[in-house]
Design a protein around this ligand. Structure first.
Ligand SMILES: [Zn+2]
Ligand SMILES: [Zn+2]
Length: 170
């Protein structure tokens, strides 16, 4: 299942809606499973890679995917094309991703864009690659049009994620 772990304060009703969107997209249970602390001494903007390695106290089981959610800004990352703003980060095929809702003040005010980024990062955890369909959440997230799209997958990516989830369960 998907476990959303918050690193600061979020509204429970908005989190419940967010979890329903994740459930709809992946067909797998999603819940807010608690909070965790950003390691002491880590300053803003947060280093996403360090955060994934260093956040402690997350309870999860085999095949769970953990999405850390924060209102704080993530540090820009250097891509071959230059510096790119980082909304989220995940390691392909692993079990943890992080997502920042910044610059939105809460989940609701940037709902579609935040949910779409969440699908994208969780998609990578289930080994989805970038997708050429601009409607799909696996479209490259640094493109200007990305945030305008819906939190959905194209048929190909949806089927691939379902296949990965089934394999993980068996
Ligand atoms: Zn990506
Ligand atoms: Zn796709």
């Amino acid at each position: 299942m998907i476990r959303v772990v918050t690193l600061d304060s979020f509204d429970e009703k908005q989190l419940a809606k967010f979890n329903r969107t994740l459930y709809t997209a992946f067909g797998v249970g999603s819940e807010h499973s608690g909070t965790a602390d950003v390691p002491a001494g880590m300053s803003d903007p947060l280093d996403a890679e360090k955060l994934l390695e260093q956040v402690k106290g997350i309870r999860s089981y085999q095949d769970d995917k953990v999405l850390l959610l924060t209102t704080r800004k993530l540090k820009e990352r250097e891509l071959p094309s230059g510096m790119a703003p980082t909304q989220g980060f995940s390691r392909f095929g692993k079990d943890r991703a992080v997502l920042s809702i910044s610059p939105h003040k809460d989940l609701e005010s940037g709902y579609k864009a935040i949910a779409r980024h969440a699908l994208h990062q969780l998609g990578h955890l289930w080994e989805l690659h970038h997708c050429l369909d601009p409607r799909c959440s696996m479209y490259p997230p640094w493109t200007p049009s990305f945030s305008q799209g819906e939190p959905i997958f194209c048929t190909f990516c949806r089927e691939k994620s379902e296949q990965k989830i089934r394999l993980a369960k068996s």
